[in-house]
Design a protein around this ligand. Structure first.
Ligand code: FE
Ligand code: FE
Ligand code: ZN
Length: 289
């Protein structure tokens, strides 16, 4: 196999940002992680706290010492770039602009968002509106890569298929500023069989979107079956995808070096156990550490 013996597994969990960056890094070090995700503000989209430069400095030292990979900020999930109401799109635009401005204090990381829900306008209209907002908020100077998350196709969600994500990306002028975050629960719920046919799913991703666009993975099990379009996350190994298949994801040669983010229903003790279990399996089955 192509496994790189020196490969490090970048893994961590979605954590609370209420105490700042250094606190998140410390929590992740305690959990055994080397990357993490966090909401840039209240997930429902409230005001963001101003970032303290001393906190960022302390964070950078910790991340450096502990060889962290890139981190994956998450936009509030209420943000809808393809809402029918223009006022809601304006809100999405403002939040993304403000978040991207603040992300520059921690340069070179990822900003992940849910593409949106077309709320009856149809996915073609949704795709167009999302592409339009990306062209408005992305700047030449930014060092952050904005990631569209693969969705489960619940309700009128846009981004439940690789074709829809490709449709959005095709509209973006600044191609070097955009990528994809693959959520294992979402693609499974969306009908992509990563348990029985991960190679085939990644082959399709490569053909439709291009694997160079794949920048991060949300590693979740799913409470529901393949193609259920439900989006209910389960703990690793306690859902329908299963530990075997999720080990296959972290070990896959095409996914080496990506940040793997747990968004499982857990507390820090639970995430610590999941991280150590996955590291153990990574070492045993993929020859990494
Ligand atoms: Fe998400
Ligand atoms: Fe996710
Ligand atoms: Zn989800």
């Amino acid at each position: 196999m192509l496994y790189n013996k020196d490969q490090t597994l970048y893994i961590g969990n979605h954590t609370t940002s209420s105490k700042g960056y250094a606190a998140m890094a410390k929590q992740m070090i305690a959990n055994g992680g080397s990357t993490f995700a966090f909401f840039t503000r209240n997930p429902r989209g409230g005001r963001a706290k101003e970032i303290d430069p001393r906190d960022v400095e302390e964070y950078r030292k910790l991340a450096d010492e502990h060889h962290f990979g890139r981190i994956v900020a998450h936009a509030p999930y209420t943000l809808n770039a393809c809402a029918a109401k223009e006022s809601l799109r304006e809100f999405a635009r403002e939040i993304m602009e403000d978040d991207l401005r603040r992300m520059e204090l921690i340069p070179g990381n990822y900003y992940n968002f849910h593409p949106g829900s077309h709320v009856g306008q149809g996915s073609a209209a949704g795709i167009m509106k999302i592409g339009e907002i990306l062209n408005e908020v992305l700047t030449e100077e930014q060092t952050t890569t904005v990631l569209l998350e693969t969705m489960s196709g619940k309700g009128s969600e846009v981004g439940g298929t690789f074709q829809e994500l490709r449709g959005i990306l095709d509209l973006v002028k600044r191609q070097d500023k955009v990528g994809i975050c693959l959520d294992t629960c979402h693609v499974w719920d969306g009908g992509y069989d990563i348990a029985e046919n991960l190679d085939g799913v990644l082959e399709e991703f490569g053909r439709v979107i291009g694997l160079e666009k794949l920048k991060a993975v949300h590693l979740n099990d799913s409470m529901n079956g393949l193609g259920s379009h439900k989006d209910r996350h389960a703990k690793i190994g306690e859902g329908r995808i299963g530990l075997e298949a999720l080990t296959g994801v972290i070990c896959h040669p095409l996914l080496q070096g990506l940040p793997f983010i747990l968004e499982t229903p857990n507390d820090d003790a639970g995430w610590t156990r999941e991280i150590s279990l996955l590291r153990e399996r990574y070492g045993a089955f993929c020859g990494g550490h």
